[in-house]
Design a protein around this ligand. Sequence first.
Ligand SMILES: [Zn+2]
Length: 415
Amino acid sequence: MPATSFANLIDGDRLWARHMALAKFGAREDDGVDRPALSSVESEARAQLVSWAREIGLVPFTDGIANLFLRYEGRNPSLPPVLAGSHIDSQPTGGKFDGAFGVLAALEAVQAIIARGEQPLRSIEVVAWTNEEGSRFAPGMSGSEVFTGRKTLDEVLAIRDQAGVSLGAAVSEVLSRDVDIPVRGFGFPVAAFVEPHIEQGPLLEAAGIPFGVVTGIQGTRRYRVRVSGEAAHAGTALRAERRDALMAAVRMIAEIDRAAISPDDIKLTVGLFQVTPNAPSVVPAEVLFSIDLRHPDNSIVDEMDRKIRHFVEAEHGPCTVEIKQIAHAPSLAFSTEIRSLIAAAASAEKIPSMEIYSAAGHDARQLHYVCPTGMIFIPCRGGISHNPAEWAEPEHIVAGTKVLAHVVWQLASRP
Ligand SMILES: [Zn+2]
């Protein structure tokens, strides 16, 4: 495919203005964004996207979980489309760029492709996946999980927010406000998916490189450990008689922490620790704690999983223990083909790039199970995200969007 540069086709001012305009939906007084999934402010942001898309001739579609697709039809509409985008929901203390950058970059990329004047072979669809963040309705990634068949629609529609509103009711509310947006089925064949995102970490900024080719997503395992002993009087119960759940729990945690020292990039966190009855003069009867384990290499995560289970068994003493793994998302590597396409596009656009892996989860995880998938990262100031201070430089946004346009054009031109 002729590798036309998109340098003069991306309108940086328009792209920045759209970021600022979208950030008004759910704007916080401290300059951040609070745009819960499927809320009325998110629904208004969605209507704004649809209106921008219609102005340039894109056709909106949705589905049973309110994912939003903005379609630019290719010369052969029957071929599976190329998808690009991210999400527009935010954390309660969110910023202007997490998710929004991916969707707006995709919209601008399509607009640049239209301006270039040659219709691509395949259709291109800008996508905003529903409930990526999982802060109003937990867990997140609902839209991409249902689309790719990782979860059923019914199990996701049943999730309730803190006010007791079901995700299903919130979806119906959003869909009822759509004007002339056809509802399609889930999981139609997709040629490829590319998700642009801010890094949400400090590596690109530290390296002084404006663009990251994402190699994969770090795996996680999450556990809950319940240690059960027996409550007893702190003054009278003899050491030999005690079944102290807290002492057993701290022995386990100390051993697990020691085991996680090497390699030094294992991320091990015990962030939740509950003692019952939690009274100063009572031997603790029960402790519940969490373990969050992450590393990009699955074999290291598996090895650490064995050690965690070993120390939990080895250190419970006179107490009983139950360990439950509540989540397991293996580390994944993105399509090498899409990665090289992204790297080549960056070099064609004369934008320095480096390989980087994602420490956080993204919708691209779900899509990578069903089609060739890749991600591009741009730096964010200080690595700060999920915070009103989140910031991306306009020139990095433009650079990321140029490369995205290049990649999407190439993907959509392939038979
Ligand atoms: Zn995000």
